[in-house]
Ligand binder design. Structure first.
Ligand code: AMP
Ligand code: MG
Length: 401
């Protein structure tokens, strides 16, 4: 058996190189940029009006404060999407709307509120500042300007920017493709009517598939096999096409009907490790075949979940270019707690948090690896080494689910 640290270290050294993919904006939400991106265009792309009003020549509107309002001939209109292609001549104005192209000859925009309709044109009531209400081409940034750094997670704001400057596809880390191989002759579909007294409802399929989706990975295929070596080998081989990570559930212990490890080695995986000095999840097996990793997760649902959470999730995050793998918080222990065993203990806990107070943790009484309530009632877990003792009031880091 190896330690938790050693297992994580071996995994870290064996995470395949993340792959790059060029993706359309519609499919990019939540993905992470593979490289820095610059803008192909300037923003704004053309000089336009910031207001509804009149595009004017500033020199025509000077001295209104002392000489009174100026009347300009209205010679046309520049609408957003329908520009005025002529040139504004001295003594003329062009009706203009927000976002519309500023016509040639004009250099300023007088907003509607500072004008009055006049029978012979428009009355300008106040002298504008030169260049007023004009958004100048490239004033925000010029074509070629840096937009986002490699490693940025693409959200609605970034997508809006790409759309605005004409970026159609972006380079991101490709989502790892995950397949599931669920083993167990005793398993019945959760919605099966014909569940026999000795059958177990399969809760790992929905747990692991949703955990995979939740981690941003792409769920490729799911297959179920009985505890049969030949069948396991055959289905495993089929699942390995177009799969970066194969998650197996069950059949990885020392029982006579546990075949995942033998099957993995029969299809060409080499063992990275098997069995970790931890509780729950001791039998975890990890194998590697070129760029594919296989996780043999224990069948006990809690063990499977904890192994997914502690080992698989960080790998899926790394493959997506992300490094923030754990969310955690510091909390005060509300009870004495000791690890009497000889394995690292992932103790599932509840966190109570009052505003402006340090969170306090409560242990969950039933920690059995077959007891799903130990994770459904928990907010996270603390890691306690063999022999370690925590007294009430001590601070501890909680990894949050
Ligand atoms: P195994 O690791 O295959 O020895 O299974 C350990 C325990 O987990 C046994 O009690 C199994 O019945 C149970 N188990 C295995 N697979 C599943 C599953 N997919 N859903 C729920 N329980 C399971
Ligand atoms: Mg089994």
């Amino acid at each position: 058996m190896i330690s938790v640290e050693k297992a994580l270290e071996i995994l870290e050294a064996n995470v395949p190189e993340p792959k790059r993919v060029e993706i359309r904006l519609e499919d990019a939400l939540g993905m992470i940029l593979f490289s820095d991106l610059v803008s192909p265009e300037s923003a704004p792309r053309f000089t336009n009006s910031a207001m509804d009003g009149y595009a004017v020549r500033w020199s025509d509107c000077c001295g209104i404060a002392s000489n009174g309002p100026k009347i300009l001939q209205v010679h046309g209109e520049s609408q957003a999407g329908v520009p005025f292609f002529g040139t504004v001549q001295p003594g003329e104005a062009i009706r203009i709307s927000t976002g519309a192209m500023l016509p040639e000859g004009a250099d300023s925009v007088v907003k509607v509120e500072d004008t009055e309709e006049a029978p012979s044109g428009v009355k300008i009531l106040a002298t504008p500042i030169h260049g007023q209400n004009v958004r100048v081409e490239g004033e925000e940034f010029k074509a070629g300007a840096f937009l986002f750094a490699k490693g940025t997670r693409v959200g609605p704001r970034e997508l809006a920017m790409f759309a605005a400057v004409g970026v159609k596809t972006i380079p991101v880390y490709r989502s790892p493709r995950v397949s599931l191989l669920i083993t167990g002759t005793e398993l019945a579909e959760p919605d099966s009517e014909l569940i026999k007294p000795y059958q177990i409802r399969d809760s790992n399929t929905i747990m692991l598939s949703s955990a995979t989706n939740d981690s941003g990975a792409h769920l490729n295929k799911i297959c179920h096999v009985e505890d049969d070596l030949a069948q396991t080998i055959q289905v495993m081989e089929e699942l390995l096409t177009e799969t970066d990570i194969l998650l197996c559930s069950g059949g990885v212990s020392v029982g006579r009907h546990d075949h995942v490890k033998d099957a993995a080695e029969a299809v060409g995986f080499s063992e990275l490790f098997w069995k970790i000095r931890q509780k729950p999840g001791k039998p975890l097996y990890v194998g590697r075949r070129q760029d594919t990793l296989l996780f043999g997760l224990p069948g006990n649902p809690v063990s499977a979940f904890m192994c997914f959470y502690h080992y698989v999730r960080p790998v899926l995050a790394r493959l997506q270019g992300s490094s923030n793998e754990y969310r955690s918080m510091t909390a005060r222990v509300g009870f004495q707690i000791k690890n009497h065993g000889n394995r690292t203990n992932f103790i599932r806990v509840k966190v109570a948090k009052e505003p402006n107070e340090l969170a306090c943790i409560k242990e969950i009484a039933q920690q059995g690896s077959h007891m799903l309530s130990s994770i459904t009632t928990a907010d996270g877990y603390i890691i306690l080494e063999p022999g370690a003792l925590l007294e009430p009031g001590e601070l501890v880091e909680v990894a949050l689910f």
